[in-house]
Ligand binder design. Sequence first.
Ligand SMILES: Nc1ncnc2c1ncn2[C@@H]1O[C@H](COP(=O)(O)OP(=O)(O)OP(=O)(O)O)[C@@H](O)[C@H]1O
Ligand SMILES: [Mg+2]
Length: 253
Amino acid sequence: MGQKKNTSELYVKNLRVAIAEKEIVHGIDLTIKQGELHVVMGPNGSGKSTLTSALMGHPAYTVTADRISLGSKNLLELAPHARAQAGLLLAFQNPLAVPGVTVSSFLHTAYKELHPQKNSTALDFRKQLLVHAVTLKLEATYLRRSLNDGFSGGEKKKLEMLQLLVLEPKFVILDEIDTGLDVDALRLVSEGVKSLQKAGCGILLITHYQRILNYLQPDFVHILTHGQIIRQGGMELVKLIEEKGYAAVCPNF
Ligand SMILES: Nc1ncnc2c1ncn2[C@@H]1O[C@H](COP(=O)(O)OP(=O)(O)OP(=O)(O)O)[C@@H](O)[C@H]1O
Ligand SMILES: [Mg+2]
């Protein structure tokens, strides 16, 4: 039958990731279809962000895999910007500030790179950006500020969500998008996740907490410890971890 060719899935087979000659991720398999929400939970240092960096093609990591593909595209052969062009975007756990580059010009440049066929004018794009900013209760003044420069922790997370909403990805990885959000911001960002899902986006959501999942309905929950997925299931795993800690799902923890 050959390899998976479905245009609507992110397919990861036997992903191993090393840094500084130490293997951190030891053979992960994942299949995420468009419109599905997959949650990854795991203790600090278990390899969640390393997994996301490897999927995006961060050059610092040594990656081997039987396959990493998005639809018919072999992501292993693609540089990070080409992976983004293929439709895969990441919301960073710790977004970087870029002084001197405004949110609005950065996002318009990114949009044109990702969707060259759409001929987006600055005015049209700005209108679109404002609609999403209003949804996230980010004032228009934020769009004229330098990217993440002086933004509060919660504002940075909202800005990550704004980027995803406006850039129209096919698949997104959300690395702790909920960390540091107040209750109202958490609800708004959860709405953002839902609207991505509704638009057909496949989502890999990394979190430490049950609270964002009170607003969302994951299709699958994966538990990552020591660089391996050791359990897969649904919300019952999240509840178990919340109540009893990782020892309840991982005997050797
Ligand atoms: N550049 C590096 N050099 C050495 N070790 C590294 C490097 N980058 C990551 N690691 C190690 O890899 C392990 C996994 O880190 P990672 O950031 O993926 O964890 P995580 O699951 O995202 O944790 P958290 O929940 O705290 O965000 C950690 O032990 C970390 O110290
Ligand atoms: Mg992390």
